[in-house]
Design a protein around this ligand. Structure first.
Ligand code: ZN
Length: 189
């Protein structure tokens, strides 16, 4: 794989951030993610597609993990991988992440950086990882927070979060989906 872990973290998060930018361009919420295997190879990527697919579970992390699983064919080949995500994963994504058996998760923005942030059960991945790491039979999970956070926050600021902003941004769209008020984001929804 070559390069240091820090270099790989930077290039992988850069790719996740570009996914988040692509999400904004296509009218999706600004969350991107990338999956990298133990050897440092990119094996999956994606961004939030909840609106596009009318799927409330299509968070950026879930889309990237589905991509990786499809490419590899078997879930066990995902074990020990690293997930890079542009925002602190929500409760839904935290469940998926711990079930897959990731070794590391690196995230950029904090949930509180998302306007109208209100996490279900007040959950966040750092606390979920602490619980996981207290279980003898679960794969230990390292979480790196605030990595390239400033750039992620600047991308979050480009999204029309309020109803007024959404109406203005999609004034010329006929799609019913675009006319809906934005969701109450947990963090990556
Ligand atoms: Zn999520």
């Amino acid at each position: 794989m070559g390069g240091t872990e820090a270099q790989h973290d930077t290039s992988s998060m850069d790719r996740a951030l570009r996914q988040a930018e692509a999400a904004v361009r296509s009218g999706q919420t600004p969350f991107g993610a990338v999956v990298v295997d133990r050897q440092g190879s990119l094996i999956g990527e994606g961004h939030n597609r909840a609106r596009a697919e009318r799927d409330r579970a299509a968070h950026g992390e879930v889309v990237a993990i589905r991509d990786a699983w499809r490419r590899l064919g078997e879930r066990r080949m995902l074990a020990g991988a690293t997930l890079y995500t542009t925002c602190d994963p929500c409760l839904l994504c935290s469940v998926v992440i711990t079930q897959i058996g990731f070794r590391r998760v690196v995230f950029a923005a904090r949930g509180a950086d998302v306007p109208t942030y209100k996490p279900l059960l007040g959950a966040n991945l750092v606390e979920a990882a602490a619980w996981v790491n207290a279980q003898a039979d679960w794969t230990p999970l390292e979480v790196v927070a605030d990595f390239m956070r400033e750039r992620a926050v600047s991308i979050l600021a480009t999204f029309p979060w309020t109803w007024t902003q959404t109406k203005a941004a999609f004034a010329h769209s006929n799609r019913e989906e675009d006319a809906c008020p934005p969701p109450r984001p947990s963090s990556c929804s």
